[in-house]
Design a protein around this ligand. Structure first.
Ligand SMILES: C[S@@+](CC[C@H](N)C(=O)[O-])C[C@H]1O[C@@H](n2cnc3c(N)ncnc32)[C@H](O)[C@@H]1O
Length: 267
């Protein structure tokens, strides 16, 4: 099992998703001898999970049944332990498309938060891409790194425990895309620019930087601030087209260059 590769059969130390109903899914670490309590009774890992095929219907000790599913980023998003607000699949799909992510992409993101977006990015950029994710909260950074190991995607990601606004992403001129989900994205735009791949001498042509602000009431202030920042940061700011895209839970403010694919920021 890996979040970027499908396996047929459940094995010891896999992470499996227990599907109890449409609004009720839970992740379990599969371990010989372990048990998981559900409202339908106990699931015994050794007899009920290990060796069964993913997708199987498993009968619990009280006679109720559940499905055991192979993990995906989408199922992880609806079952992960929340440490922060998270991005959900509808928005993640739009972000993935706007950033033009694909296998082999090198991506920077901050903050890592609960890793909801990170898992989707990893599945998209595998098997040859890389994610550089920056989180300044130590426990969150450590927990995310632990989950990436358990989900067998750690070869695709570098977690840095630092302040992206002060210390940046730890990469220069390497990223195809940058995504910011922090309260003050404008403070990290300079580092985002430095992290992005450069084409030609001076130009920064990028797939995008999309900071988000989850509180709509802050959006207009942030948009103004970002615009001011960009006006200062780019001598050629007049060639950038402002564009606002509303997603279900965040407002993204984008600026594209004339070819429609340039630097994107927002709030
Ligand atoms: C809303 S959460 C990100 C959620 C994430 N996109 C997800 O889908 O799970 C924001 C995270 O950014 C982190 N953060 C805020 N400011 C930061 C900074 N300057 N540098 C690094 N991380 C920061 C916070 O600690 C928090 O974990």
């Amino acid at each position: 099992m890996s979040f970027v590769e499908y396996s047929e059969v459940i094995q010891d130390s896999d992470v499996a998703i227990i599907y109890l109903g449409h609004n009720s899914v839970m992740p379990v670490k599969v371990q010989h001898g372990a048990q998981t309590q559900t409202r339908y009774g106990v699931i015994r890992h050794s007899s009920d999970l290990i060796g069964q095929r993913y997708g199987s219907k498993v009968t619990c000790s009280k006679g109720g049944w559940v499905y055991v599913l192979h993990p995906t980023p989408e199922l992880w998003t609806v079952s992960l332990p929340h440490r922060t607000q998270i991005l959900y699949t509808t928005d993640i799909a739009t972000i993935t498309m706007m950033l033009d992510l694909k296998p082999g992409s090198v991506v920077c993101e901050s903050g890592t938060g609960s890793g909801s977006l990170s898992h989707a990015i990893l599945r998209t950029i595998a098997p040859t891409g890389h994610l550089h994710t920056v989180e300044f909260h130590q426990q969150r950074a450590e927990k995310a790194a632990e989950e990436f190991r358990e989900h067998r995607v750690s070869h695709l990601v570098t977690v840095r425990n630092q302040d992206v606004c002060k210390d940046g992403f730890g990469v220069m001129g390497a990223a195809d895309a940058v995504f910011l989900d922090i309260p003050s994205p404008w403070e990290a735009v300079g580092h985002a620019k430095a992290a992005l791949k450069k084409h030609g001498k001076e130009h920064v042509h990028t797939e995008g930087v999309i900071p988000t602000v989850l509180k709509p009431t802050r959006t207009s202030t942030t948009v103004n601030t970002s615009w001011r920042f960009f006006s200062k940061a780019h001598r050629n700011a007049s060639s950038l087209l402002p564009k606002i895209v509303s997603l279900s839970c965040c407002a993204l403010f984008g600026m594209w260059n004339q070819s429609g694919s340039g630097l994107v920021t927002g709030g």
